[in-house]
Design a binder for this molecule. Structure first.
Ligand SMILES: Cc1cc2nc3c(=O)[nH]c(=O)nc-3n(C[C@H](O)[C@H](O)[C@H](O)COP(=O)(O)O)c2cc1C
Length: 165
């Protein structure tokens, strides 16, 4: 069966997940790879990837999800905060809520993704005022720096390889 990979990625983290899916499944049956586009909805199976923007997928990707009907959908994404599956699950639930019930979600995957350096500088300025609140944010920023890492990408690759295409 052919498939499409549709994703939004501002700083490249989610793009690495998208590339891992393409590497896992091979290019032969890949109908579409790239930003949200109606051409992708020709495929029966769609891998839809997002970066977390204030707890949600961004507007363009959400609009794309809203337009899908009768598809098998695998959701994947990255978030700056992480290390907790319940945190990822609540984001995934919010993103999934954009899908019409005629679609079927066949898999979901999320991992942490590094954030740009100016974010840390902002946290540091805040930590000078209120370290109890902001030091944990700095610690999280530093933990995120190595993600997505090889373990994250391998776990995604396994989840995708297990799907019956
Ligand atoms: C404007 C903005 C809002 C963000 N909001 C969140 C958020 O609500 N929760 C979170 O965990 N990460 C948040 N992040 C972090 C990104 O989701 C994270 O770094 C992600 O891996 C970026 O993916 P990308 O490289 O594919 O763009 C935000 C980043 C930006 C720039």
């Amino acid at each position: 069966m052919n498939y499409a990979i549709v994703y939004s990625s501002k700083t490249g983290n989610t793009a690495r997940l998208a590339q891992t899916i393409r590497d896992t499944l091979g290019e032969k049956d890949c109908l579409y790879f790239g930003a949200p586009d109606p051409a992708a909805a020709e495929a029966g199976l769609l891998f839809v990837g997002f970066w977390t923007d204030k707890g949600q997928a961004d507007e363009e990707l959400t609009a794309f999800l809203k337009g899908l009907r009768g598809k098998r959908v695998f959701l994947f994404g990255t978030a700056g905060f992480g290390g907790s599956q319940p945190y990822f699950d609540q984001i995934l639930d919010r993103v999934q809520a954009a899908l019409d019930p005629s679609n079927r979600v066949v898999g979901r995957y999320m991992c942490q993704g590094r954030m740009p350096a100016p974010v840390r500088a902002r946290y540091q300025a805040m930590a000078a005022q209120d370290p109890a609140k902001w030091q944990p944010m700095i610690d999280n920023f530093d933990r995120a720096l190595s993600h997505p890492d090889e373990t994250d990408l391998a776990a995604l690759g396994r989840a995708v390889a297990e799907l019956a295409l």
